[in-house]
Design a protein around this ligand. Structure first.
Ligand SMILES: Nc1nc2c(c(=O)[nH]1)N[C@H]1C(S)=C(S)[C@@H](COP(=O)(O)O)O[C@H]1N2
Ligand SMILES: [Mo]
Length: 220
């Protein structure tokens, strides 16, 4: 990386070619991180008293602009390499077996906080809808136009959770009502809030921050 900082420090070089080179390095990093990812290794969990209160809010906009999604008319849409593409209501998702976990959320901006999320294990959900588990990516479209995507190995990780609750209560709007994907193995920006649609694909889907240069794998 020393050579790269020299490159970025060189004011006479063509900035866009440096950016292209760095983006290439980031894609190599994605592949290395995918190789290093251990699908059975669990992220640390914590006892309830360690939950950070109040848990921080973050989005690409301020808290006064949080999207107000109507839970009665909301439907989870499914597309791509999925056998059963029927939509899901919130009530149907709540009727599935639920689990909860207390884990640390780490934001790339330099803060972390411990929170408690409850919901449906994502791996079981993907199996039940007949998703192609050999596909490369699961992608997410959100009600606030945010979007992101993850590798299938992380989608199938035992701690990846379609979260419907925060701290034992229905997920509040600021934390992503009606549903977010919570993954303690990934940085904050990989955890989409206000999910509206999920798709499975072999074509690289990118993400809101990833398309602006954040590393795509974004995790451990
Ligand atoms: N839909 C949506 N999801 C999002 C974001 C966003 O702006 N919109 N921001 C991401 C980032 S950078 C972080 S750190 C977390 C913040 O989640 P929190 O508000 O529950 O702390 O949400 C992630 N998921
Ligand atoms: Mo973040």
């Amino acid at each position: 990386m020393g050579g790269l900082s020299l490159l970025t420090g060189c004011s006479t070089s063509d900035e866009s070619s440096i950016e292209t080179a760095l983006a290439g390095v980031s894609r190599v990093n994605d592949r290395l991180q995918a190789l290093l990812f251990d699908p059975t290794r669990l992220a640390p969990t914590y006892p309830d008293p360690m939950i950070t209160r109040p848990f921080p809010f973050n989005a690409y906009y301020g808290e006064d602009e949080v999207r107000q999604v109507d839970g009665d008319t909301w439907r989870l849409e499914l597309s791509g390499l999925v056998a059963d593409r029927r939509t899901w209501t919130l009530a149907q998702l709540r009727a599935l077996p639920q689990t909860d976990q207390v884990t640390r959320h780490i934001c790339v901006e330099g803060w972390s906080a411990i929170g408690k999320w409850g919901g449906v294990p994502f791996a079981g959900f993907l199996r039940s809808i007949g998703a192609d588990l050999s596909a490369k990516y699961a992608g997410f479209k959100c009600a606030d136009d945010y979007y992101t995507s993850i590798d299938m190995a992380t989608a199938l990780h035992p701690q990846a959770l379609l979260a419907l609750t925060y701290d034992g209560r229905q997920l509040p709007p600021r934390y992503g009502f009606p549903m977010k994907l919570r993954m303690p193995t990934k940085l904050g920006y990989k955890n989409p809030k206000h999910i509206q649609a999920i798709f499975v694909t072999n074509s690289y889907p990118g993400g809101y921050w990833e398309d602006q240069g954040y590393n795509w794998f974004g995790g451990s």
